[in-house]
Design a protein around this ligand. Structure first.
Ligand code: NAP
Ligand code: MG
Length: 483
């Protein structure tokens, strides 16, 4: 049997319609829970990227030339349609990425809708200002769309992180070519159809599926793409920055982290441990802001480890479809290999797995929730992003020691601090090197609050008003008004 020909073929989406890839080639999209094929997805090429960018360039005049309020109305209609089709999108996302249905329903889907509604509201509120300079001049600024945006999306929250990029880009009057992760292309393709149904003119939003090294690279190198917004790994991010130099593209990079969740002995240890456990095990640890290092004040160390283990035992690992599943598989055979390799590294470094530490079953990419105790700050499992359900618990002596370790990796995306001492939590919030600090909670994001990091976590901010700067160029206008 030819595995590919029996599968549903999913095409590219360019200029408002589905088109076959110029290569005629497809890749098989695998269900991470069963390892069974889901669909054959078009493998785009440089030639397809050219066509998509040309369509996006032509559509700039239409979209950017429209009344801003009309753009907003189309995006609001798109939000309504996405909301109407939520259940379908939840099913698609869950199957494609192996994410438990409950989690997608509770987090990803509401965030997608909230994001598009929020930026729909911005369309007619992106203003410049009149700036007083000289009495003989009227000087003012306007914000213009940067142009064609290439959005490169990861597989951990394909639809949500995708919307974080496309909603502000569209609100600013830009047009977009999206390159979804090869592992999880399906939700963006369905969203493309819904955007067009909502009235988005053809060419404003295009999706070219395929390999990062081909389609992603072609977008990054393309002379007619003005901006690349990327979420993924530091190595790919570095290449994107270099490639973008070709035509001085603007770049935003969100590259993950090794975030520290710092628990002092005076904290509410029950809440802290519950939150820290979901901070690492949610989405099987495949979260850029996962609290993958829990730092615990030495006097509370044993108690917190016990509480974390107790929480880990309550996690129900299983099929993403089952209503009681709280953790699904990791996304791919490769990711499974990476995670299991890190578990071996942890053991060989002398850390001890107090729970978990192995694959579950032989079919589906399931890993046990894993907690390492006796972890030292310098170990690789404390320094490197694993992107799986693997937690390192590290003791500390005092605030300075906690800050030294919390800030002691190449990343700086997010951090948490737990304490009942109001002075201490603010000292820590000030001292933590992170784009987001959570105090006595962990993991919340909201489209109204800036999101991003520095160092190996990348640069630039998504969300809120900050994202509007990613997709607009200020223009200064100087008019002489003397007689
Ligand atoms: P990745 O390779 O950085 O992939 C992210 C996106 O970039 C995907 O769409 C990928 O396409 C694309 N891409 C790959 N090579 C490219 C290139 N040369 N030029 C342009 N685009 C390219 O990440 P990954 O392999 O999926 O995951 C590896 C690690 O990255 C994870 O273990 C994790 O540490 C980190 N990560 C972080 C986040 C985050 O939220 N910050 C998300 C995902 C992964 P293909 O899928 O087709 O290769
Ligand atoms: Mg998939």
């Amino acid at each position: 049997m030819n595995r590919q020909t029996d599968l549903q073929h999913i095409e590219l989406f360019i200029d408002g319609r589905h088109v076959k890839p110029s290569s005629g080639e497809y890749s098989v999209d695998i269900d991470p829970a069963t390892e069974e094929p889901i669909a054959a997805v078009a493998l785009g090429s440089k030639a397809d990227v050219d066509v998509a960018v040309k369509a996006a360039r032509a559509a700039l005049k239409v979209w950017g030339g429209m009344r801003a309020a009309d753009r907003g109305r189309i995006l609001q209609r798109a939000a309504d349609l996405i909301e109407e089709h939520s259940e379908e999108l939840i099913q698609i996302e869950s199957r494609d990425a192996g994410k438990p249905l409950g989690g997608v329903r509770r987090q990803d889907m509401p965030a997608v809708i909230d994001t598009i509604r929020y930026y729909a509201g911005w369309c007619d509120k992106i203003t410049g200002s009149v700036v007083p300079t000289r009495p003989d001049a009227l000087t003012y600024t306007v914000r213009e769309p940067v142009g064609v945006v290439g959005a490169i999306i990861p597989w951990n929250f394909p639809m949500m992180i995708g919307m974080w990029k496309i909603a502000p880009a569209l609100a600013c009057g830009c047009t977009v070519v999206v390159k979804p992760a090869e592992l999880t292309p399906l939700s963006m393709l369905r969203i493309a159809e819904l955007l067009v149904e909502a009235g988005l003119p053809p060419g404003v939003f295009n999706v070219v599926t395929g390999k990062g090294s081909v389609v992603g690279e072609a977008l990054v190198q393309h002379p007619d793409v003005n901006k690349v917004t990327f979420t993924g790994s530091p190595n790919v991010g570095r290449g994107i920055l270099q490639g973008a130099a070709s035509n001085f593209k603007r770049v935003t990079l969100e590259l993950g982290g090794k975030s520290a969740n710092v628990i002092f002995a005076d904290a509410n240890l029950d809440r802290a441990a519950r939150s820290a456990a979901s901070g690492i095990f949610f989405n099987a640890g495949q979260v850029c802001s996962a609290g993958s290092r829990v730092l615990v004040e030495r006097s509370a160390y044993d108690e917190v480890v016990d509480r974390l283990v107790a929480r880990a035992k309550t996690i129900k690992v299983g099929s993403p479809e089952a209503p009681d599943t709280t953790m699904g598989p990791v996304v791919s055979a490769n990711q499974l290999k990476t995670v299991l390799n890190y578990i071996d590294i942890g053991r060989s470094e002398g850390a001890s797995a107090v729970i978990g530490g192995a694959r579950i079953g032989k079919k589906g990419y399931y890993v046990q929730p894993t907690i390492f105790a006796k972890v030292a700050h310098e170990m690789r499992i404390s320094q490197e992003e694993i992107f799986g359900p693997v937690l390192s618990v590290i003791p500390f002596d005092d605030e300075q020691d906690a800050l030294r370790m919390a800030n002691g990796t190449a990343y700086s995306l997010a951090a948490g601090v737990w304490s009942a001492d109001i002075g201490r939590v603010h000292r820590m919030a000030a001292g933590l090197k992170a784009g987001t600090v959570w105090i006595n909670t962990y993991g919340y994001t909201d489209v109204r609050l800036p999101w991003g990091g520095s160092g190996e976590s990348g640069f630039g901010r998504e969300h809120g008003e900050a994202a509007l700067e990613n997709f607009t160029e200020p223009k200064s206008v100087w008019m002489a008004i003397d007689q």
